[in-house]
Design a protein around this ligand. Structure first.
Ligand code: NAD
Length: 359
């Protein structure tokens, strides 16, 4: 393990030493860690030039590797961020947890609940922190809303309407995002998971009991409504949905009604999370606001600060103190159970109980 700091043996704890695997959104993790005071000692990507560019841009000199297995036995690494395509989350997270590293895994925790459960089990068995990266939870306007909700002033939150809609936003057509085997699904598992997690967490994480979903693919199969990045691979595959919608029921009667789209005929992109309580409403959108029982509308703190730095600071705090992160792997498993039930509901054209066994 790392050496103690001989110059300041007591007063200066050494920074947590982290590795980041995947240099796409991994760049936000590197910046977040640096802002939160960690040391990024290694970057791994199949493309070494991409890692080097990230290191140069952030002014660090990490060990650069192209095979994550080279990091497993590296005693200098305390914790690892996993920022690779979704189907690789489970094998990499499990390997790092077994190697004694703490793990921060990008959303979704896995491509299904079974894989997610294996990650949660590995974290428990090896006594390591495993956190899911749900960065919206670390925005300051959302943290302010969470505090307002917990004060109880909106009464019981009983109904949520959420949307993560892109009008022309199919990402990297033909690359991993549009392939079922690697992504696990389309916008529902990609951007829908952000907004569903947000509504679920803000409403106090009640137990989900059933889900009813529909999925459509009206643009992707024809290479229409692609995002700004255009196609990643013209010869590639699109076999996921480009729109998902539906409803999730929770214990106590709370329900979330959602839409997650990469492509649709509509005037503009929209992202919101509207929660309705017996004594008022919390409306998170382009201009977050609350409404009290008399209908008086008040704005909520503008988004400020750096949610990534806040997220990494929380993860590092859990690594150092051993406390459970928020969201932990069990919450990641619950979210995957919700997504599994929604996809199954769409396939089987019926409402599905959460946790219902596959026939
Ligand atoms: N929290 C967020 O806001 C957010 C945003 C974007 C992506 N994500 C999530 O992050 C993950 C990565 O998405 P992305 O947009 O960065 O994708 P990306 O394709 O842009 O980047 C993924 C990187 O992983 C590398 N890679 C692939 N296989 C690898 C392997 N075996 N070993 C090492 N590196 C490997 C690729 O070379 C690529 O550079 C996904 O799970 C995605 O859902 C989260």
């Amino acid at each position: 393990m790392r050496h103690t700091n001989s110059f300041y043996p007591f007063s200066m704890p050494e920074p947590v030493q982290v590795a980041v695997v995947g240099a796409g959104i991994g760049r936000a993790h590197v910046a977040g860690y640096l802002a939160a005071g960690a040391q990024v000692v290694a970057i791994c990507d199949l493309d070494a030039q991409k890692s080097q560019l990230l290191a140069d841009q952030t002014g660090i000199a990490p060990h650069i590797v192209t095979d994550y297995r080279a990091l497993l036995e590296n005693d200098a690494i305390d914790a690892v961020s996993i920022c690779v395509p979704n189907a690789l989350h489970a094998p990499l997270a499990i390997a790092f947890l077994r190697a004694g590293k703490h793990v921060l895994c990008e959303k979704p925790l896995a491509t299904n609940a079974l894989e997610a459960q294996k990650i949660a089990d590995a974290a428990r068995k090896n006594g390591k922190v495993c956190m899911v990266s749900q960065v919206l939870r670390f925005r300051d306007d959302i943290l302010a809303l969470k505090t307002e909700i917990e004060s109880g002033k909106f009464g019981e939150i009983y109904y949520a309407r959420v949307m993560a809609r892109r009008v022309r936003g199919i990402p990297k057509w033909g690359g991993w995002f549009t392939q079922q085997k690697i992504a696990g699904g389309g916008p529902l598992i990609d951007t829908g998971v952000h907004i569903l997690d947000l509504a679920w967490w803000l409403s106090g994480s009640p137990r989900p009991i059933a889900a009813s979903g529909v999925t459509y693919a009206e643009f992707g199969p024809y290479q229409k409504h692609l995002g700004a990045g255009g196609p990643a691979n013209e010869a590639g595959l699109f076999n996921v949905e480009d729109l998902a919608a539906g409803m999730v029921r929770f214990e106590g009667g709370f329900s979330i009604h959602f839409e997650a789209a990469w492509a649709i005929h509509a005037p503009r992109d929209e992202r919101f999370c509207h929660l309705h309580g017996t004594q008022g409403a919390i409306l998170w959108d382009d201009a977050p606001k609350i409404i009290d029982a008399d209908g008086v509308v008040a704005p909520v703190t503008e988004a400020g600060g750096d949610p990534w730095a806040r997220e990494m600071a929380h993860f590092l705090d859990c690594v150092e103190s051993g406390k459970q992160p928020d969201p932990n792997a069990n919450q990641g498993v619950t979210m995957m159970k919700i997504l599994d039930a929604l996809y199954r509901s769409a396939r089987e054209n019926r409402e599905v109980k959460i946790g219902e066994r596959e026939a």
